[in-house]
Design a protein around this ligand. Structure first.
Ligand SMILES: Cc1cc2nc3c(=O)[nH]c(=O)nc-3n(C[C@H](O)[C@H](O)[C@H](O)COP(=O)(O)OP(=O)(O)OC[C@H]3O[C@@H](n4cnc5c(N)ncnc54)[C@H](O)[C@@H]3O)c2cc1C
Length: 474
């Protein structure tokens, strides 16, 4: 039976939308299958109570950590994936972050920055990345910090935001962790899927998760399509897994388990999982802060070469209340909210083959076996970064405290099916094809061997655009 589609893409986040966009414009017949629904385009996705307190749009699937404790990761299953909720800080990795760094436990890419550069450029245009001037109170604080310690380098934050957002205070205060109903924030749905949605060679199915890969009748190494949870089967010449770094490896693991296929290193599927070590740092000043956007700057310091310190956006009382002990009275949240300024401390976590995603199927729950004990060098740098920053805040007149995002803080999940030349060391080849399998590719953050010192999604978009360009030529 001939395939109905040239390519099936599983998942519509940064990676999947990029692959689908590129292939559709190249004239290929593309089926994009997304597990979640379309998000509403109304004020509900900006509402602190619905988004943060009630978690209306959050996934509720319970996972187990490596010690058997249940937790719910910060995954979002909807058209556009996590990009609908991200902070749109859209960075490029530095050339040095494509290289291995064995002393710090970091794997290398199979190619250098130059290979990804044209796709970074393309993604930069598509996502309309720009920078904003720091608002007065933020600038005054950052001036104090950088004047007192010249080790801190201050840079504008590259943002996928429309400059018009400053005229919409509700959106300006709520874009990181919220979905923009008016499209003032660039994301995978608005900036990629919307551009191909009406093309006759593109079809999007939402609300129906892919449950299994479909192998050729006599060869389970060869994938001919997918089966969805509702039992429907779709066939295509090529299948791209882009369900996110916590889901794509589980789909492949289930296939290997069900079919008995073994790859050169089946044990690497799910291994080397990374998600950055991320902490929020809040500083409280005696003065009320009137800035609105705030998330406009990033700082680096050579003493912490795998880390960055970003400004966070507006913190309102209700949002703060979700982070402080419940016994704290409501008026305190309001009082503190007006005086709080937030920072996002990120350190690249080393790769450990023991930090891994496991399907848990057929009987159990999915497992994220991730322990900071396996990557002490990253923990040490992160701790030093935060201690130094808290000292700087105090010297500038702000009392600070920090909160590690913990096991559930999977916003930056990646690396669970790394790319590389050697099938003994990696899961997908430098083009994104799964080693040892036919017609099966990986288009999301799973393929990234490194996380860098900054947020990963621009690199995932670029990886997806590059994979799409490659598949269009086949
Ligand atoms: C609150 C928040 C803030 C963030 N801020 C930033 C930021 O400022 N800058 C930055 O660079 N990054 C940020 N990130 C991270 C960024 O959003 C992710 O790195 C990026 O979206 C990952 O892209 P992906 O394609 O790998 O996966 P995802 O975006 O997770 O997409 C995977 C998609 O696959 C779907 N799916 C899963 N299973 C199946 C299945 N079985 N069948 C079909 N579909 C399936 C999911 O529903 C989802 O739509 C943030 C994330 C969060 C949550």
């Amino acid at each position: 039976m001939s395939s109905q589609y040239d390519v099936i893409v599983v998942g519509s986040g940064a990676g999947g939308a990029s692959v689908a966009y590129k292939l559709t414009l190249a004239g290929k017949h593309v089926l994009l299958i997304e597990k979640g629904p379309f998000l509403p385009r109304n004020a509900s996705t900006l509402d602190v109570r619905q988004v943060f307190v009630d978690g209306v749009f959050k996934n509720r699937v319970q996972w187990l950590d490596g010690t058997g404790h249940a937790f719910v990761p910060s995954e979002f299953y909807n058209v556009g994936g996590k990009t609908k909720w991200y902070g749109a800080a859209l960075f490029r990795f530095r050339p040095v972050e494509f290289e291995a760094e064995p002393d710090f436990g970091l794997l290398g890419w199979p190619f250098g920055y130059e290979e990804l550069k044209p796709y970074y450029d393309e993604a930069t245009e598509l996502l309309r990345i720009t920078t904003f001037k720091n608002e007065p109170q933020l600038q005054a604080l950052l001036d104090k910090i950088t004047a007192a310690d010249s080790g801190w380098e201050l840079h504008p934050l590259p943002l996928g935001l429309s400059h018009d957002i400053v005229n919409h205070p509700e959106e300006a205060k709520h874009f990181d962790g919220f979905a923009s109903p008016s499209g003032l924030k660039s994301d995978a749905e608005r900036n990629l899927i919307d551009l191909i949605r009406d093309k006759p060679n593109f079809k999007l199915l939402s609300g129906d998760p892919v449950a299994a890969l479909v192998p050729a009748p006599c060869d389970a190494h060869k994938i001919i399509g997918v089966k969805c949870a509702d039992g429907s089967v779709y066939e295509a010449g090529k299948t791209v897994l882009a369900a996110g770094a916590m889901s794509s490896p589980r789909i492949l693991q289930d296939h290997l388990h069900a079919s008995g296929v073994s790859l050169a290193r089946s044990d690497l599927v799910g291994a080397n999982f990374k998600m950055h070590i991320n902490s929020a740092v809040l500083g409280f000043s005696p003065f009320v802060d009137h800035d609105v956007l705030r998330k406009t700057a990033v700082l680096y310091n050579d003493r912490f070469p795998h880390s960055s310190m970003q400004c966070l956006g507006w913190i309102d009382a209700e949002l703060l209340a979700t982070q402080v002990p419940p016994e704290m009275p409501g008026f305190m949240d309001k009082l503190l909210g007006k005086r709080a300024i937030g920072f996002w401390a990120t350190t690249e976590d080393a790769s450990s083959p023991e930090n891994r995603i496991l399907s848990g199927r057929p009987a159990g729950r999915p497992i994220m076996d991730y322990s900071l004990d396996r990557i002490p060098q990253s923990v040490k740098e992160h701790r030093a970064l935060i201690d130094t920053w808290l000292e700087r805040l105090l010297a500038a007149g702000l009392v600070g405290f920090e909160k590690y995002m913990g096991m559930g803080g999977t916003a930056h999940a990646l690396g669970s099916m790394v790319t590389g030349h050697d099938p003994q060391q990696s899961v997908v080849d430098p083009r994104g094809k799964v080693h040892g399998m036919e017609n099966l590719y990986v288009g999301d953050g799973s393929a990234l061997p490194r996380a860098s010192r900054v947020n990963p999604s621009l690199t995932i978009y670029a990886w997806g655009l590059r994979l799409g360009a490659h598949l269009a030529e086949l």
